[in-house]
Design a protein around this ligand. Structure first.
Ligand code: MG
Length: 163
């Protein structure tokens, strides 16, 4: 009998600086904002953290391994492709998604009005039901770079179970 349990969890974390002149795309949803996460891809910090949680749960390498930010072909990449790839790789390793739980940490933009849209969007990209996705948002209580509105961070956990 295998000593490996039929489920595993993974943790993902990401942070991007917030700058003017960038769209603010979170979980695949464009949020009206005068600042957006800076980065090589579309800088969807939420999907990056989610993808790393999936990869970690499946015991795979991180998104920098699959999508190096030095690859000019990936400039402006739709991060939905990153989460899709993570789930495909997890599937190939024998795992399917149980749930994703995601926490956005930032002072701006205010995302409360978009939480359900983000939830539906992440579920659609991940190929799971909205009730398998949790989206929460909190501030950093004014502290540090996040608290000063200079950056947006995301933490995510993912549970996978054996197919
Ligand atoms: Mg990132």
């Amino acid at each position: 009998m295998s000593s490996t349990p039929p489920f595993r969890i993974g943790l993902g974390y990401d942070i991007h600086p917030l700058v003017g002149g960038r769209p603010c795309i979170l979980g695949g949803v464009a949020i009206p904002s005068d600042v957006g996460p800076d980065g090589h891809s579309d800088a969807d910090v939420l999907l990056h953290a989610a993808a790393d949680a999936v990869l970690g749960a499946a015991g795979l390498r991180d998104i920098g391994y699959y999508f190096p930010n030095t690859d000019p072909g990936l400039k402006g990449l739709d991060s939905a492709r990153i989460l899709e790839r993570a789930i495909r790789e997890a599937g190939a390793a024998g795992w399917q998604l149980g749930n994703l739980d995601i926490v956005l940490i930032g002072e701006r933009p205010k995302v409360m009005a978009y939480v359900e849209s983000i939830r539906a969007s992440v579920a659609r990209i991940a190929g799971i039901q909205p009730n398998q996705v949790g989206i929460k948002a909190t501030t950093n209580e004014g502290m540090d770079s996040i608290g000063q509105g200079k950056a947006l961070a995301v933490q995510a956990v993912c549970l996978v179970f054996a197919k």
